[in-house]
Design a binder for this molecule. Structure first.
Ligand code: SAJ
Length: 468
């Protein structure tokens, strides 16, 4: 084994620069797995540890668990064939690494409080595995102060070696993880400058984006602020949508036109905000601030507004059913259950609440998703057309690219006969004209409310259908 002299910092830096550092990644999830593979392919010996034995078995046989990430299977193939990547469920295998990356989930519990149990377990595992000077990187999203607080106190107290500690949040978008992990700029926060520099050196082995160093708490806050910004922006779009509905104008058109202003950039309204990040990060930020004396109203209000969106959609659908033949036993077909288009991930999907509210009103809910296996208790259909059989309402709930090429006439033909059928566009994916031409009543998020008196007058392709 090659010797690296000098201070602990110099020695670790040289090991990283020469790709002689051994890396252990705890958690082979959405982020831990691609990070492990990118490091392995760039020349590091990487042990990818996960407590989930089935996941590890799959990885060892070349199976990627995350559909919707087009580049991941090839990356796993390269990682395994490089001989540098070793998935394991045995914690002893990570012992003695020079760098430990913790990429475990930090889900929220009731009230938005973070559940740090997986993180604390991972720290204990790292503590048992450090056999010399090492750098420990927290990649998981954590409340402000966690890295320099609980993580540092725990690691620095009992270990007789020099331990450098940093927080390196990811900025990668599910659906395009690999591209963003390798190309996006990133923030690296150390509990001291040397920790940040070591983490930066490690990540620059695979990242072409700019890597900016700061302190650990700033990087934690930056991560939370980024997702809060997006959540608040979407909440404003959803608020505009609700305002436009009652004012009788189309929010889609209003936002499109407002965004022509050079300094306006509203995001898209929809039936809700899902995924594991935007649904919890603003709450982590707000809770931390509240604990220190400032309860931030806007952030909380935006979260509530976004959480309410599936119920707003459900209410509009229910009132349509009430006005056109009754709710009990009416079939509603939901297209898409994933939390967003192009992924097979149902975590925190707004479709869960949508299904639940519709079902408790007596609706028979049938759903189809080309990528996702979670149906939230809805009847499962094998195709959009099967889902539509006998339906009085179709809800476009997830903007999967597959739905762009739906045969709308065939969809309408599969629906109930003899009365109006609503196509509720929860992701503003379809053109009103196209939908009305095939005989649907068109409505959706931010569209003018349909008025019952007008409903009966709806004629195919002749006027805008609307309903209150
Ligand atoms: N959504 C809307 N309207 C929009 C955009 C999104 O309603 O205009 C909805 C989506 O349908 C989805 C939810 O918001 O339900 C979240 O989707 P997303 O694509 O906005 O975000 P995520 O959760 O997939 O990924 C985010 C990203 N954060 C930011 O863009 C600031 C990503 O870069 C982060 O790495 C990721 O969170 C994370 O891991 O924190």
């Amino acid at each position: 084994m090659e010797e690296f002299g000098g201070s602990p910092f110099d020695s670790l830096l040289t090991k990283i620069q020469r790709r002689a550092a051994r890396v252990s990644v705890l958690g082979q999830g959405y982020i831990g797995l691609p990070i492990s593979l990118l490091l392995a392919i760039s020349g590091f010996e990487v042990v990818g540890y996960d407590v989930n034995e089935r996941l590890v078995e799959g990885l060892n046989s070349g199976t990627t668990p995350y559909p919707g990430e087009p580049d991941l299977p090839e990356l796993l193939r390269q990682g395994l064939s490089s001989g540098n990547y070793r998935p394991t469920a045995d914690p002893d295998d990570i012992s003695g690494a020079d760098a430990f990356i913790i990429a475990v989930p930090t889900p929220r519990i009731n009230g938005g409080e973070p559940n740090l149990a997986y993180l604390l377990d991972a720290i204990e595992t790292v503590k048992r595995s450090i056999k010399g000077d090492a750098v420990v990187i927290v990649e998981s999203t954590v409340p402000p102060g966690t890295t320099s607080g609980i993580v540092a106190t725990s690691l620095l107290r009992e270990i007789p070696h020099r331990v450098f500690i940093a927080h390196c949040p990811e900025r990668a978008m599910p659906g395009q993880l690999i591209r963003e992990l390798t190309e996006a700029s990133r923030i690296v926060g150390g509990i001291d400058e040397e920790s940040a520099l070591l983490a930066k050196e490690l990540y620059s082995s695979f990242s072409r984006g700019e890597i900016i160093t700061t302190d650990a708490t700033t990087s934690e806050v930056v991560k939370l602020v980024e997702n809060t910004y997006r959540d608040v922006n979407i909440a404003l779009a959803n608020e505009v949508a609700r305002i436009c509905s009652v004012l009788g104008v189309s929010a889609r058109e209003v936002i499109e036109l407002a965004n022509l202003h050079p300094r306006v950039n509203l995001l898209k309204p929809g039936i809700g905000v899902g995924g594991s990040c935007l649904t919890k990060d603003p709450l982590f930020l707000a809770n931390a601030s509240t604990e220190r004396g400032y309860p931030p109203e806007l952030v909380i209000c935006a979260r509530k507004l976004n959480e309410d969106m599936p119920r707003v959609a459900a209410r509009q659908i229910i009132s349509f059913l009430e006005e056109t033949g009754g709710v009990e036993g009416a079939v509603v077909a939901i297209l898409g259950t994933a939390y967003k288009g192009g992924v097979g991930d149902a975590r925190e999907s707004p479709v869960k609440d949508l299904v639940s509210v519709l079902k408790s009103a007596g609706v028979r809910v049938r759903a189809y998703d080309p990528r996702c296996e979670e149906y939230f208790g809805a009847e499962v259909a094998g195709s959009p057309y099967e889902a539509a059989e006998g339906a009085r309402c179709i809800v476009l709930a997830t903007d999967h690219p597959e739905f762009k090429s739906l045969d709308l006439a065939r969809l309408r033909a599969a629906c109930a006969e003899g009365g109006p059928v609503l196509l509720y566009d929860g992701r503003l994916m379809f053109e009103r004209k196209r939908v009305e031409e095939v005989g649907f009543v068109y409505s959706g998020v931010g569209e003018p409310l349909l008025r019952p008196s007008e409903l009966l007058e709806v004629r195919v392709g002749t006027r805008r259908g609307s309903l209150a």
